[in-house]
Design a binder for this molecule. Structure first.
Ligand SMILES: [Zn+2]
Length: 260
């Protein structure tokens, strides 16, 4: 295990697939590969969903070949296909990128809407207080609108993520009840993760979902689990990037994760 200290708030350790073992520690996040690797088109990872389930019960990610958006909630793993239609993921499938937590929230806040997306994120910031904190979060409630996207399954040779995102499918769910799950990482984690908020949505009836681009909240309850540690599994050939990223990578993350 290589130890690297990104900052005093978040301790990051990396490991290889052969070193994987079930972990059930609160406030420790687990991640398969890195966002930088995904941006470069590393769409085939070596961690199965059976193994992922030994590292957390809530989170997000994607599937090998970038086959849709993944949502993990209450220990179930769901895939939202390119049209945002949801089905359960088979334990034998693998992921090129996923982040998980054993969700044990310590902060809970009710949000009264209507809240536009920016305002919603500012309210979440206020709940978390410290701008450098890392949190797993879950927001359950009613949404007047959720604009989400999913991505089509890719064929090798893989193109970089910001090119694939040009083919993303954007869809809008109106007056929908459901859950947003995801993470807030400090800006300095950009590259290893997505700095800021990364949220995936799944409807209460578990039929629709995707990567959240924008929403309008009617009313909701936000729960935060503050994390102090991140364990990153690195597939062959993938290294842990230095957190000091160049401008080009930051712009690629912006294009791939926040636009649509
Ligand atoms: Zn996403």
């Amino acid at each position: 295990m290589i130890d690297e200290r990104l900052a005093t708030h978040l301790h990051v350790a990396s490991l290889r697939h052969r070193d994987l073992h079930p972990e059930h520690e609160a406030h420790v996040l687990f991640q398969a590969s890195t966002i930088s690797a995904l941006l470069e088109g590393a769409y085939d990872g070596d961690v199965t969903f059976e193994e992922l389930a030994e590292h957390g019960d809530q989170g997000l990610g994607t599937l090998n070949a970038l086959d849709g958006e993944m949502i993990a909630l209450d220990g179930e793993f769901y895939r939202a296909d390119v049209d945002g239609l949801v089905e359960l993921v088979s334990p034998s499938e693998r992921t090129p990128f996923a982040a998980l937590a054993w969700f044990e929230p310590s902060i809970e806040r009710h949000l009264d809407g209507p809240l536009e997306h920016d305002r919603f994120l500012r309210e979440l910031d206020a709940v978390a207080a410290d701008p450098d904190s890392t949190c797993a979060l879950r927001v359950d409630g009613e949404f007047e609108r959720v604009r989400a996207r999913s991505v089509p399954r890719q064929l090798p040779p893989y193109r970089p993520l910001d090119e694939v995102v040009a083919d993303q499918r954007v869809f809008e769910l109106g007056d929908v009840e459901g859950s947003m799950v995801g993470f807030r990482f400090p800006a300095y984690a950009d590259g290893v993760e997505v700095g800021g908020y990364h949220l995936h949505f799944i409807s209460a009836d578990r039929t629709r979902g995707g990567h959240v681009l924008e929403c309008r909240v009617t009313r909701a309850t936000a729960r935060f689990d503050l994390a102090g540690e991140l364990h990153v599994e690195l597939p062959p050939g993938i290294e842990l990037d230095s957190p000091q990223l160049d401008e080009a990578t930051s712009r690629a993350i912006e294009r791939a994760e926040r636009q649509g």
